[in-house]
Design a protein around this ligand. Structure first.
Ligand SMILES: Nc1ncnc2c1ncn2[C@@H]1O[C@H](COP(=O)(O)OP(=O)(O)OP(=O)(O)O)[C@@H](O)[C@H]1O
Length: 294
């Protein structure tokens, strides 16, 4: 495995908990400068996989390189190149937002300007607020600020926008775009498909510890997944057909109805539709044999 071509390289990652295989043999390559989004249902193994990459958990099997280093052996120089926004936020503190950011910036060899970071996450008017008095969404913004203040080469964000209002989410997206422009590699888990569609260069879909597919948001599920869906209503109820020729289908329906077609809709499947199809198909498939991963 070469170290230099990828920010993250994983082969055959397995993690078992008592009675549960949380990650069941995952391969993954993430290029420098890429925004890579991990998608998957609750319990799919995303956080476990990310925490192994961060060096917080040990893999049971597999070869892993993060910025060229095995996370199990990462030293503090390696750690200083990572930015981490974990799922659960840190303890409440008596410090103000500005004090905390300045304090954390001191841990890094070449931090960002803490005041610029506070502005970038939209917490300027909370600079002097003690962090324990922030709302949930404001606290999450602070978590993101703490994750980026060290000016990381590789930033891990585990469900960063949970609890954000729509404006805060947009602001966060702009922050991520700016980081990407500056060359930061970003690994993001999210349950928001619009977020993945907007931000990700590539998405990886994990279910039950397995990587079902890695693709760009525009090609996930293959060509067939993007087939148009034509739906309408008649006396028997709602109908939907999937077709590569939606105009011909609409013409056929118009002839049948002699004009207007009740509740006619033609739509392309969204990333969310395609994702749900992928997950649904994986759930319907027979489970791998017990003991296939040991
Ligand atoms: N410390 C642990 N001990 C035992 N089982 C665990 C532990 N941590 C996670 N698990 C189990 O491993 C599986 C994967 O959990 P993980 O947190 O990685 O999922 P996730 O994809 O991040 O889910 P979510 O979207 O809900 O955050 C789950 O079945 C979970 O219950």
């Amino acid at each position: 495995m070469t170290d230099n071509d990828f920010a993250v390289q994983v082969r055959g990652l397995v993690k078992r908990y008592p009675g549960k295989v949380a990650v069941a043999g995952v391969d993954l390559d993430i290029r420098p400068g890429e925004v890579f989004t991990l998608l998957g249902p609750n319990g799919a193994g995303k956080t476990t996989a990310v925490e192994i990459l961060e060096g917080f958990r040990r893999a049971d099997e597999g070869e892993i390189r993060v910025l060229g280093v095995d996370p199990a052996r990462g030293d503090r120089h390696w750690r200083a190149r990572l930015g981490i926004v974990a799922q659960s936020s840190r303890e409440e503190a008596e410090l103000s937002v500005a004090e905390l950011l300045h304090h954390f910036a001191g841990y890094y060899p070449s931090p960002r300007d803490p005041d610029e970071v506070i502005a970038a996450v939209g917490l300027e008017d909370k600079r002097r607020t003690r962090t324990r008095n922030l709302s949930g969404g404001q606290r999450r913004r602070l978590d993101v600020a703490l994750g980026v203040v060290g000016d990381p080469d590789l930033l891990f964000l585990d469900e960063p926008t949970t609890g954000f209002d729509p404006e805060a989410r947009r602001q966060f997206w702009t922050l991520i775009e700016n980081l990407r422009t500056q060359g930061t590699t970003i690994v993001l888990t999210t349950h928001y498909l619009d977020e993945a569609e907007y931000l990700a260069d590539r998405v990886g879909v994990i279910a039950d510890g397995r990587m079902l597919e890695v693709a760009t948001p525009g090609t996930l599920g293959g060509r067939g997944a993007r087939t148009a869906r034509v739906s309408w209503l008649d006396a028997d109820g709602a109908h939907e057909v999937r077709t590569d020729e939606p105009a011909a289908e609409v013409a056929r329906l118009m002839r049948r109805f002699g004009g207007e077609v009740p509740e006619l809709q033609v739509r392309r499947p969204s990333l969310e539709d395609i994702y749900l199809d992928l997950i649904g198909a994986a759930e319907a498939a027979p489970a791998p044999l017990e003991g296939a991963v040991r």
